[in-house]
Ligand binder design. Structure first.
Ligand code: SAH
Length: 217
């Protein structure tokens, strides 16, 4: 059941060391990864793979991101406790729980109803209470905007206009951008209502951020 054993904790400690070696230097991010029982976000068949640096299926043709990718995107957010953060693509809920462990206020949107239901339940069972929504990430959450930080965890073909406007001035958007097999990780800083600064951080591989399709159940 929801069992986090010493064996799991030991494997997680090794994963944290690996992430550190691979360049994750923010201690708060490493501590958050150390606290979240990643194996409980995977289907039973994959539990033994939970602490390898790999992506895995979570149902509905979606994947839980690599731990390195989760750690890397989280580090790029440079979170402060008072931050209000919007995640696009709840998926398994793993990245979402890492954000909650960082002590920030988390909002997350998922377009697959079954994943939304499953992940919301799982998060709550584990004691995480982010605000999770079934909806279209391209539209964001106008009723809760503006956000200090926005993190997109699916491959975006372009920068969603609504998300740009829902970001606070001085805030960051972390976005894997591009439609081919790999996407360029970008960090946009909102300089003014119309200006953004762009920094790039190499290639990653995500499932697509889907547009304008009827919602999935
Ligand atoms: N953060 C997730 C990663 C899941 S993969 C985790 O830690 O497990 C990306 C997720 O984005 C998938 O669940 C997919 O259904 C969702 N997604 C794709 N397009 C979307 C959209 N337009 N709005 C919201 N979610 C979307």
């Amino acid at each position: 059941m929801l069992n986090d054993t010493y064996r799991h904790k030991g494997m997680r400690r090794k994963l944290v060391e690996l992430l550190h070696e691979k360049g994750i230097s923010d201690d708060k991010v490493l501590q958050a990864i150390d606290r979240v029982p990643r194996h409980l976000f995977l289907d039973n068949a994959f539990v033994n793979f939970a602490y390898k640096n790999q992506a895995f299926p979570i149902g509905s043709d979606q994947t839980i991101s690599h731990p390195f990718t989760v750690a890397f995107q989280t580090q790029l957010l440079e979170l402060k406790k008072s931050d209000k953060v919007l995640e696009i693509g709840t998926g398994s809920g793993y990245q979402c729980s890492v954000l909650v462990e960082m002590g920030v206020k988390v909002f997350s949107i998922e377009r697959h109803r079954s994943l939304y239901m499953k992940s919301k339940k799982k998060l709550n069972e584990l004691g995480y209470f982010p605000k999770v929504f079934f909806g279209d990430g391209y539209k964001g959450l106008p009723g809760y905007a503006p956000f200090d930080k926005i993190i997109i965890t699916a491959a975006a073909p372009f920068i969603p206009v609504d998300l740009k406007s829902q970001l606070k001035i001085g805030g960051f958007m972390i976005i894997p951008l591009g439609e081919s097999d790999t996407q360029e990780m970008q960090r946009l800083t909102k300089i003014s209502e119309t200006e953004f600064k762009t920094e790039t951080f190499g290639d990653f591989s995500f499932v697509p951020m889907l547009q304008d399709k009827s919602f999935k159940s």
